[in-house]
Design a protein around this ligand. Structure first.
Ligand SMILES: [Zn+2]
Length: 460
């Protein structure tokens, strides 16, 4: 059963804590307080909390801790939790060709296990909102999207479920084998049904649905166009992979006579309601188009490194005004599955562009919080610690041996080892305490995932 919101009149007080609000002015408090009322932030500021507060069910002494907004993951494939450690030394296209035959044998039961593994890794590393791009729907696989939604609800994470798809098989010039793709008409019907069944656009929603054909090399042009029309008719967002690898650019030039960004523009896929994963191979004109249209980017530094895809031009994107968030990407190309560690990876990898201030400690934190919130269209609800926003908060312990001598609490989080997570609040509920899930037994998830991985491998 999904985790229920806390009583609306219940208060939780966190005091004596270092606070990085990530508001518009990057306001920080060296020793302040945060008050949660129900599922929202009631107050944040310097010094102790007001004394007159009633119905305080919990008072946390945050001495030696840093509180930040919960992290927001903008790109993932939860099902890949049970296909980790395979095709270890391949570039994107070879890696995909090796894995498609395995992935095309999944079903709803295996996806439930894998989704709990992926969601657990995200929660345990400070992530409070995640999107999951699911694009493999084998015939007879059952209610796969429903299984992922149920799995995430049980762990209590805020979620955007992406109804993905592949429609361009090998015989149409695509990369996936023909048996792994669906018919365009079936995809559109299923995508619309998913929006009707699950998408909740209300303030504080725990569940959004978006429409997400997989990539230019696995989706027909007709489906790209029709998916965009469908999403705009239903008022939901659009997501896909874009400009991930050099081979993709070559593929687009050969098949469409243009690069990926120009192709996306030609099929109506640039706009404020669109975000794309990776965007590694972007020229100045591509970045300008993203900035002009408000198209968002999910930056996935670890996955890009794992597949030797290249380094996205994140500093240039931020200078141009492109909305950028962070993504773990699927765990078949980022076996860690932790979002917290992506803060440091993004900071370090972007400095390889040759500028020591390419990403600062604070801009890395902003990418992982407000940046992601904006990319998912939820900047008014989550992403910063501000009065009235949802109580999605990460309390990091920074007085232990790994962090106590780092001069700056934010640098401790984004430049040091990932600190222990004391408590993670999602929607006002403590879903992680002292690093462990409070909602579902972790050993059971680990066992279910190990069994699911074996079962899937045995089907090939
Ligand atoms: Zn991906």
């Amino acid at each position: 059963m999904a985790v229920q919101p806390p009583p609306a009149d219940q208060r939780i007080v966190i005091e004596n804590v270092a606070i990085a609000t990530v508001d518009a002015n990057d306001t920080e408090y060296a020793r302040g307080h945060v008050v949660i009322l129900g599922n929202r932030i009631e107050s944040v500021g310097n010094g102790p909390a007001p004394q007159w507060l009633d119905n305080v069910v919990r008072r946390i002494n945050g001495e030696g801790h840093l509180i930040t907004p919960g992290l927001v993951n903008t790109h993932h494939h939860f099902y890949q939790w049970i296909t980790r450690g395979l095709a270890q030394d391949s570039i994107l296209f070879d890696w995909l060709v090796a894995l498609y035959p395995i992935w095309s044998r999944i079903d709803d039961r295996l996806v439930h296990a894998a989704s709990q593994g992926s969601a657990a890794a995200l929660l345990k590393s400070g992530c409070t909102t995640a999107s999951d791009h699911h694009y493999v729907f084998p015939q007879g696989g059952g209610d796969i999207l429903g299984a992922s939604i149920e799995a995430v609800g049980e762990l209590g994470m805020r979620f955007t479920a992406l109804r993905g798809s592949m429609s361009r098989g090998k015989s149409d010039g695509g990369l996936p084998p023909d048996f792994a793709v669906e018919k365009t008409e079936d995809i559109l019907i299923a995508s619309e049904a998913a929006v009707d069944r699950w998408h909740d656009s209300s303030f504080g929603s725990m569940l959004h649905v978006a429409i997400a054909p997989c990539s230019p090399f696995s989706v027909t042009t007709d489906l790209m166009r029709e998916a965009a029309e469908l999403a705009r008719r239903k008022g939901v967002r659009l997501h896909t992979h874009g400009s991930e690898a050099a081979e993709e650019e070559q593929f687009c030039k050969e098949l469409f006579g243009m690069g990926p960004t120009d192709y996306f523009e030609s099929v109506g896929w640039l706009g404020e309601d669109v975000w794309m994963a990776h965007c590694v191979h972007m020229n100045d004109s591509d970045i300008a188009k993203f900035a002009e249209t408000g198209t968002g980017v999910a930056h996935c530094p670890s996955s890009n490194a794992r597949l030797a895809a290249g380094i996205a031009r994140v500093p240039d994107m931020l200078t141009a005004g492109v909305p950028v968030g962070l993504g773990v990407d699927g765990t078949a190309s980022n076996e860690s599955g932790e979002l917290g560690t992506e803060l440091r990876n993004a900071l370090l990898i972007n400095r390889l562009h040759g500028r020591p201030d390419a990403l600062t400690a604070r801009s890395a934190l902003r990418l992982g919080t407000m940046g992601g919130a904006r990319v998912l269209g939820r900047q008014n609800e989550i992403g910063s610690i501000e009065v009235g926003k949802l109580a999605d908060l990460a309390l990091w312990k920074i007085d232990g041996i790994m962090h106590s001598s780092i001069a700056d609490p934010v640098a401790a989080l984004t430049m040091g080892a990932l600190p222990p997570l004391a408590t993670l609040f999602v929607n006002g509920n403590a879903v992680v305490e002292k690093g462990n899930l409070t909602t579902v037994n972790e050993d059971q998830i680990a066992l279910a995932c190990a069994r699911a991985a074996k079962e899937l491998a045995s089907r090939v």
